[in-house]
Design a protein around this ligand. Structure first.
Ligand code: CTP
Ligand code: CA
Length: 221
């Protein structure tokens, strides 16, 4: 049965969700980015809205349509994503599913870099981007439930446990991205909380989203 949003278990709650990659410009025509389709983050935003939450989705550049019933803010860089997230607070729930570029190019060229005949390839000096999940986890207006992802290619659960502590978030959804998860429709999740690790079977990203939204609703009572 389709619940009217005002009747859902998350009615009256505000959820902040990030999704997609960020693009960090090199010059007006080039950028650095992570691989991310935004499918998982967008599905989570939609699932939270279906349970009645008011949802603010801060989305990097993706080809997906804005989810229905969700306020979607479009950003390009990690710094824009952080600013949009902080401006969206207060929130009860934060789910940071974006694949944020860890580094940006320190000095973005204002004109297109030219490939002059005989010239060497340019070197790029990188600067560290802000960590949005860590910032929101330690924010004065911290949401009561802060959830991050951990995309790992090895030692998935070990890295996720360490990441949860380092970021200061409540839950981490760890996934193994060594296969074809990127852009695919399925995900295999290990949910890391303060009470341990739960291994979820492989399921569609939409099912991961529905299961997570239900867990969030149960946790917030
Ligand atoms: N994240 C973020 N801001 C960043 C980097 C990551 O908010 N600048 C968030 C992601 O949205 C995700 C979580 O942090 O929820 C973990 O991202 P991940 O890339 O797996 O972790 P990192 O701490 O960046 O470590 P590494 O890439 O070295 O594994
Ligand atoms: Ca990273």
């Amino acid at each position: 049965a389709i619940l009217a949003p005002e009747a859902g278990p998350l009615a009256g709650r505000h959820a902040l969700v990030t999704s997609g990659p960020t693009h960090e410009p090199i010059d007006p025509v080039r950028y650095i980015a992570n691989r991310s389709s935004g499918k998982q983050g967008h599905a989570i935003a939609a699932a939270l809205a279906r349970l009645g939450a008011r949802v603010t989705l801060v989305a990097g550049p993706v080809t997906l349509p804005d989810p229905p019933g969700v306020t979607t803010l479009h950003v390009e860089t990690a710094r824009e994503m952080l600013a949009a997230c902080e401006a969206a607070l207060p929130a009860d729930i934060a789910v940071m599913a974006a694949a944020v570029a860890d580094w940006r190019v320190a000095r973005e060229a204002t004109q297109k870099l030219k490939k002059e005949p005989g010239a060497e390839a340019p070197s790029l000096t990188m600067a560290l981007n802000p960590d949005i999940l860590a910032t929101i986890s330690r924010h004065a207006r911290r949401p009561s439930l802060v959830i991050g992802f951990a995309a790992e290619t090895e030692q998935v659960v070990e890295h996720a446990i360490a990441k949860r502590a380092r970021k200061g978030c409540d839950w981490i959804l760890a996934n193994d991205v060594s296969g074809d998860v990127m852009g695919g429709d399925a995900n295999r999740i290990h949910l890391v909380t303060d009470s341990g690790v739960e291994d979820w079977p492989e399921m569609a990203k939409a099912e991961v989203a529905a299961r997570l939204a239900a867990r969030i609703a149960a946790a917030l009572g």
